[in-house]
Design a protein around this ligand. Structure first.
Ligand SMILES: [NH3+][C@H]1C[C@H](O)[C@@H](O)[C@@H]1CO
Length: 679
C-alpha cells in the first residue's frame, strides 16, 4: 500500500477520544473497589427493598436532612423480612459456633437492618467463631497493613468476658496476621472495632480467610454476639480511604483513559425501586443500604459517587455520568406525570458533582464529605440503551434533557436511543452508540462514521467489542463462538475500527471498549478488557490496543508504569492528518495523527488479515527523523492473554528506520504504532 500523509490536518482530535466504560458487572465489589470481604449481610432483605413514597418525597430534602436521608431512605415492611440464609454465603462457622443472619431488633443502622448472630453453646472446647472467604480468596501480602473493622453488640447482657481474636489465616488454619480486642457481656450497645492486621508473611496463594474467634476468659463459653458492617481493607490506590484496589486501579490508569463512563450500562437501573441512586451511595458506609444490582447480586455501594469522583481525579480522567431516565430494563417506563422526583434526583446527582456549596443541598453535602470544590463534569448520559424503550424516550428525554440542560447549560447531555430514530427534542448534542459484533464486522465497518452527516451532532461509541466469531449468534456461548477473552483476531479487528474512529474524530468525541473488567470467578459477560481474580490482574490483547491509542504519559507518576508509557506516550496526538484512504473492503487500515506538543507524527496500522502487508508512508514534512519508535502487538489469530497464559501477547518496542518515505511491513493479525519526530 502506498500511503500519502497530508501535511494539513483536517481536524483536532478531541482529548476525550479514548476512555473506559465501567459498571459493577462482577467488577465493582470484589474488583475495582478495594474492600476484601464479601459481606452482603443485608442481602436477602434487599430483594424486598422498597423505597417508600415518603423517601421519594424527601429527594428534594433540605440541606440538614441530606446526611441522614440515606439512613432513612429505606423503610422496610418488617413482616416481609424473610429467610436471610443467602446472606450467609461467604461466612463459615469455626468450631461449634452457630451462625445466623437476623433482622436485628436494634440494627446497627436503619440502612443495615441485618446482623450476623454468632451463638456459642455452653461447654464448647477448642476454637469457636466464624470466617469470611473474601471474593473467591483474599490476597495476603506481608508488606501490607490491613484495616479490619466491624461492629458488635451482645444481644442480651451477661457476665461473659473474653477476647475477640481477629486474624487473616490460610484455609488450612495457619495464622498470617492477628490482633485482638477484649469484650464484655455488658456491651449491649453497638461497639465499633477497628484493628490493624500486619501479616508476618506473604501467603503463597489467595486461599485465605478473615477469621474471628471468640475466646472466653474463663471456662464459661455460652454467649451470643451480634456483628454488623464488616470491612477489611488493604492499602488502596493513592491511599484513598474506602478506595480502590491498587493493582486494578493502576492497570486502568496505565491505559491512559481520558474519561470513565459510570455507573452503567445496565447497572444504572433495572427497576424504579432498585435503580442506582446517588444519594444512597454517599456518606457513612453505615448509611449505605446497598441494592440488588442489575447483574443479579448485591452492590454494597461502598463504591459510591464520591469514591468514583476521587478516583477520576487520581487518574486524571473525566466522568461521563449516567442519570436514571425513568425506564426499567424490565420493560416499563414511568409515565410523564411521574418523572419530576427523578429529574430532581438527577439534578441533585449533578449538583453533588459540580454544585457550589451553599447553593444546593447536594453540593453542601459534598463539601461536608471533604470535597468543597466542584469536580469536573462535562458529559451526562440520560439513561442507558433506551432504544429498548424508544417509544417513551421522546417524553423522557424531553423532560430530563430539557429540564437539566436549563439547570446546567454547560453540560453536554447524551441520548441513548438510536441516532435520529426516533427524532427527539431537544435535538441531542450527542448520541451513545453501542455495538458488539464479530471481528469481521469491525473490519468491514472501519468506515462506519465516514458517511455520517456532519452537523452539530457528536457521537460517543460508548460500548464496542468483538465478542464472537459467530455472526449468526453474537451473544451465544463459548462453544457457539463467544470469546472468553480477547485474542489477536478480535483485538486487531477492533483496531481497524478504531482507525475509523480517529479519522472521524471530528464527530466521534469519545469511544470505549466494554465491558472493562471481570472477576474470572464470577463472570457474566465475556470478553472483557481486563480480567482479575483475588490475586492477579490480566491485561488482554484488546487492553494493549486500547492503551496504544491513549495519550497518558503525563498522567501517571509511578516509575514502573511510567516506563511503559514512555513507549506509548502521547500516542493519541491532537491533530488528524488525512491520508490515502485504506480499502474499505480490505483488512489493513491506518490512521495518522500529529502531536503538536512533541512534534511527532503517529502512524497506526491495523492488519486484521492473515497476510503481512507492506505499507509505504509518504511523509512530505520538511524533515523527518531517521529513526522512530515502533510499538507492535501481534500473534496468531487465537493468541490470547488468559489467567493460564497471562503474557502470551504483549507489545514489543523497537527502533524503526524512518524518513520521508517510511517502509513498513505490518505482520498478520497485528497492531502497530509508529512515532517519528518531524519538523
Ligand atoms: N448488554 C451490554 C449493554 C449494557 O449497556 C451493558 O450493561 C452490557 C454489558 O456491557
Amino acid at each position: 500500500f502506498n500511503v500519502d500523509v497530508s501535511l494539513t490536518p483536517s481536524h483536532a482530535v478531541p482529548s476525550t477520544l479514548f476512555g473506559q466504560m465501567f459498571e459493577d458487572i462482577n467488577s465493582g465489589d470484589g474488583g475495582l473497589y478495594g474492600e476484601c470481604m464479601f459481606s452482603p449481610i443485608v442481602y436477602s432483605l434487599l430483594h424486598l427493598l422498597t423505597f417508600s413514597s415518603a423517601a421519594e418525597s424527601r429527594i428534594s430534602a433540605s440541606d440538614t436532612e441530606y446526611a441522614l436521608m440515606n439512613a432513612r431512605l429505606i423503610e422496610r415492611n418488617a413482616d416481609e423480612r424473610t429467610d436471610t440464609t443467602a446472606a450467609l454465603d461467604p461466612w463459615a462457622a469455626i468450631g461449634e459456633a452457630q451462625l445466623t443472619v437476623i433482622a436485628d431488633p436494634k440494627p446497627v443502622s436503619s440502612a443495615l437492618p441485618n446482623s450476623l448472630q454468632v451463638t456459642v453453646p455452653a461447654g464448647t472446647s477448642g476454637s469457636v467463631g466464624f470466617s469470611n472467604s473474601g471474593f473467591w480468596g483474599i490476597k495476603v501480602e506481608s508488606s501490607w497493613t490491613y484495616n479490619a473493622s466491624f461492629y458488635f453488640r451482645f444481644p442480651s447482657a451477661s457476665t461473659f468476658t473474653g477476647k475477640l481474636n481477629v486474624a487473616l489465616q490460610t484455609t488450612s488454619g495457619r495464622v498470617l496476621a492477628s490482633n485482638s480486642i477484649s469484650v464484655r457481656g455488658s456491651q449491649t450497645g453497638w461497639t465499633h472495632v477497628s484493628l490493624s492486621l500486619r501479616p508476618s508473611t506473604t501467603a503463597p496463594n489467595t486461599d485465605n480467610v478473615f477469621a474471628v474467634t471468640i475466646e472466653p476468659t474463663r471456662g464459661d463459653t455460652e454467649t451470643a454476639i451480634n456483628f454488623a458492617m464488616f470491612s477489611l481493607f488493604p492499602p488502596t490506590f493513592k491511599n484513598r480511604p474506602n478506595g480502590m484496589r491498587i493493582d486494578i486501579a493502576e492497570t486502568l490508569a496505565e491505559m491512559g483513559p481520558a474519561f470513565f463512563r459510570f455507573p452503567g450500562g445496565n447497572n444504572v437501573g433495572q427497576t424504579t425501586a432498585t435503580r442506582w441512586q446517588w444519594n444512597a451511595t454517599v456518606g457513612s458506609l453505615l448509611d449505605r443500604p446497598g441494592r440488588v444490582g442489575d447483574w443479579g447480586y448485591v452492590n454494597t455501594d461502598g463504591l459510591g459517587l464520591l469514591e468514583y469522583l476521587n478516583f477520576f481525579e487520581d487518574v486524571g480522567m473525566e466522568p461521563i455520568m449516567a442519570v436514571w431516565s425513568g425506564y426499567s430494563l424490565g420493560g416499563t417506563s414511568l409515565p410523564e406525570n411521574e418523572l419530576a422526583p427523578y429529574i430532581q434526583q438527577a439534578a441533585d446527582q449533578i449538583n453533588f458533582v459540580i454544585g457550589e456549596p451553599g447553593t444546593s443541598p447536594p453540593a453542601s453535602l459534598r463539601a461536608s464529605l471533604g470535597h468543597p470544590e466542584p469536580f469536573a463534569l462535562r458529559f451526562v448520559e440520560v439513561g442507558n440503551e433506551d432504544f429498548f424503550a424508544a417509544d417513551t424516550y421522546p417524553y423522557r428525554w424531553r423532560d430530563f434533557a430539557g429540564n437539566l440542560s436549563a439547570l446546567f447549560p454547560n453540560i453536554t447531555f447524551i441520548a441513548t436511543t438510536d441516532a435520529f430514530s426516533p427524532i427527539i427534542s431537544p435535538d441531542p448534542q450527542a448520541y451513545d452508540v453501542h455495538v458488539y459484533q464479530t471481528p469481521g464486522w469491525f473490519i468491514q465497518n472501519a468506515f462506519y462514521y465516514d458517511s455520517f452527516e456532519r452537523n452539530s451532532t457528536k457521537y460517543f461509541e460508548g460500548e464496542y467489542a468483538a465478542i464472537s466469531t459467530n455472526a449468526s449468534n453474537i451473544f451465544g456461548t463459548p462453544d457457539q463462538g463467544r470469546l472468553l477473552f480477547p485474542d489477536m483476531q478480535s483485538a486487531s479487528g477492533e483496531a481497524t475500527f478504531m482507525t475509523g474512529l480517529e479519522r472521524n474524530s471530528d464527530i466521534v468525541f469519545a469511544a470505549s471498549y466494554a465491558p472493562l473488567l471481570q472477576h474470572v470467578n464470577d463472570s457474566q459477560w465475556t470478553p472483557d478488557l481486563v480480567s482479575f481474580d483475588a490475586g492477579n490482574v490480566y491485561r488482554s490483547t484488546s487492553f494493549f490496543v486500547q492503551k496504544v491509542h491513549s495519550s497518558i504519559a503525563e498522567k501517571l507518576k509511578s516509575p514502573k508504569t511510567y516506563q511503559w508509557l514512555q513507549l506509548f506516550s502521547l500516542n493519541k496526538g491532537d491533530e488528524y492528518l488525512p491520508t490515502t484512504l485504506p480499502d474499505p473492503a480490505g483488512t489493513v487500515f491506518w490512521s495518522a495523527v500529529r502531536n503538536t506538543t512533541s512534534q511527532e507524527v503517529i502512524l497506526k496500522v491495523a492488519n486484521a488479515g492473515a497476510d503481512e502487508a507492506a505499507v509505504v508512508f509518504q511523509l512530505p514534512f520538511t524533515s523527518v527523523a531517521e529513526s522512530g519508535t515502533l510499538q507492535q502487538l501481534h500473534g496468531d489469530p487465537t493468541a490470547s492473554n488468559t489467567p493460564e497464559q497471562p503474557n502470551s501477547v504483549a507489545p514489543v518496542t523497537s527502533k524503526i528506520a524512518t524518513g520521508k518515505v517510511l517502509n513498513f511491513t505490518a505482520p498478520a493479525f497485528s497492531v502497530s504504532v509508529i512515532s517519528v519526530q518531524v519538523k
